[in-house]
Design a protein around this ligand. Structure first.
Ligand code: NAD
Length: 491
């Protein structure tokens, strides 16, 4: 049984995996340390799974699918999911605090995000008895109809930036569809996913419906899960390069895939927009999650008549962001989630300088004043950026905004679409015709007009192009966890 709290100065211990409804020691995995990025030191000892542990978890998931979960009517599955959602709500503050401890995300953000997950699980529960097929008209010789059946055992592989959200986006629709799951959280942030095991246990889920096995990716639990012939679908959130490796490995067993990958989202500010609102959204979305968000509006496209003002405001507001200890609720932005990400962000700041962009705010690692040892970096703004620069083309995953000027609608659309990504986009304008025209031309899975980052359980979310395959959230997500079986009965 893992521990939720940590006495000051001692390590939290999560030394067991959650497999088949029991807390078990890793068989061929081991123990790893999770680093608190606000101080750069380990704060928890966590179990990780090896190949045998993944074998056991997949077998438990299969047994549950062939057994009690697979036979349970949808409304009973829904009742269990609601119980889980209620427990999640009761524990939301603790979960948010642990998420902040493990990932460094500012607590005020974790509270907002995690505080909403219970509603999401309730929304998914409401769909657990809704999947239905149709009859196919033919003639009197046969009765043909379709049924929607769960895709089977799902391997859910999540990233370190939003562990609980990424888990919820997979567990919700998978369980609503009647699938069973092996959840493998990222090695950097395994703790809160393990905490979910306690809630599934308390809610009374049959053993093996959800199994939680932290571990490494390549040559670790992630790869073993993808290669496993007993897994029917991989639901993955992470980097494009990892997705390609997963595709290659999973091709051997013809798995189904959902991929939620990276982004380099354009946030377009037209001169006729309500500039104050646009600036609020554009600056917030540039620093959210310390820049470690796939939906970050990291390419800010600004029409020339308001460009200088926007640059000035971005620099002024960047300097006002309270960067600090993430557990302090007054803090806007915590550290980067791990040392490699800090190094990546700092290297892109150097790249931006070297390729001739104008650094107008930030640009440094932060230390001193209680921040020493942590992976803190200043909110950073580059002006005079061209879309050909690497800081405009590559996902940095840090709090680095690139401000790109444009003249007219056509140029804005051309720049917005000139990217290998296509996850999200924002546009601000006072002209309703332009809003429709531009939104219609943007090649992205989510386009926000005069708002940004409006994401709900009911709104399908996912990428065009290199930003992914399939959708999470919305009915589309439920569909991705279902197969269609056509039955033809000779009459
Ligand atoms: P990552 O690809 O490095 O790791 C993601 C997960 O994959 C981890 O659990 C890791 O252990 C596992 N993994 C790594 N190699 C593997 C392999 N060969 N086989 C199986 N599993 C493997 O990604 P990350 O650095 O954790 O996350 C950051 C990325 O995620 C960014 O690109 C970001 O844009 C993206 N992201 C996308 C969304 C979205 O909804 N589109 C949301 C959050 C993050």
């Amino acid at each position: 049984m893992p521990q939720a709290g940590t006495p000051a100065g001692s390590m939290a211990r999560y030394e067991r995996l959650f497999i088949g409804g029991a807390w078990v020691a890793p068989e061929d995995g081991g123990l790893m340390e999770s680093i608190d990025p606000s101080v750069g030191r380990p704060w928890a000892v966590v179990a990780y799974g090896g190949r045998c542990d993944i074998d056991k978890a997949v077998a438990a998931a299969r047994d549950a699918l062939d057994g009690p979960w697979g036979r349970m009517p949808g409304h009973e599955r829904a009742a269990l999911m609601r119980r889980f959602a209620d427990l999640y709500k009761e524990r939301a503050r603790t979960l948010a605090m642990l998420e902040t401890r493990d990932s460094g995300r500012a607590l005020r953000e974790s509270l907002l995000d995690v505080g909403g997950h219970s509603n999401g699980y309730h929304w998914w529960a409401s769909l657990a008895d809704k999947a239905s097929g149709r009859t196919i008209p033919f003639d009197d010789s046969v009765h043909a109809f379709t049924s929607r059946v769960p895709v089977g055992v799902v391997g859910a592989i999540t990233p370190w930036n939003v562990p609980l959200m990424a888990a919820a986006w997979k567990l919700g629709p998978a369980l609503a569809a009647g699938c069973t799951v092996v959840l493998k959280p990222a090695e950097h942030t395994p703790v809160t996913s393990l905490e979910l095991g306690r809630l599934f246990e308390e809610a009374g889920f049959p053993p093996g419906v959800v199994n939680i096995v932290p571990g490494y990716g390549k040559d670790g639990a992630g790869e073993y899960l993808v290669a496993h012939p007993g897994v029917d679908k991989i639901a993955f959130t992470g980097e494009g390069a990892t997705a390609k490796a997963i595709l290659r490995t999973g091709a051997e067993t013809m798995k189904r895939f959902t991929f939620e990958l990276g982004g380099k989202s354009p946030h377009i500010l037209f001169a006729d927009a309500d500039l104050e609102q646009a600036l609020n959204a554009a600056t917030n979305s540039a620093w959210t999650l310390c820049g470690q968000s796939c939906a970050l509006g990291s390419r800010v496209l600004v029409q020339r008549p308001v460009y200088d003002r926007v640059v000035e405001e971005f620099a002024r507001r960047a300097a006002r962001v309270r960067v600090g200890q993430p557990m302090d609720e007054a803090t806007h932005m915590g550290p980067q989630a791990h040392a490699e990400q800090l190094a990546k962000t700092l290297s892109y700041i150097d790249i931006g300088r070297n390729e001739g962009a104008e650094l107008v705010a930030g640009g440094n690692r932060l230390g001193g004043a209680g921040l020493d040892g942590g992976y803190f970096v200043e909110p950073t703004v580059f002006a005079g950026v061209s879309n050909a620069m690497r800081i405009a083309r590559e996902e940095i995953f840090g709090p680095v905004a690139a401000l790109i000027p444009f003249d007219d609608e056509d140029e804005a659309v051309a720049i917005a679409n000139d990217t290998s990504y296509g996850l999200t986009a924002g546009l601000w304008t006072g002209d309703v015709g332009r809003a429709h025209r531009v939104a219609n031309r943007i090649r992205a899975g989510m386009v926000w007009v005069n708002t940004y980052r409006f994401i709900r359980w009911s709104t399908p979310y996912g990428g065009f192009k290199a930003s992914g395959w399939g959708r999470e959230n919305g009915i589309e997500a439920l569909e991705s966890y279902l197969e269609t079986r056509t039955t033809v009965i000779s009459t």
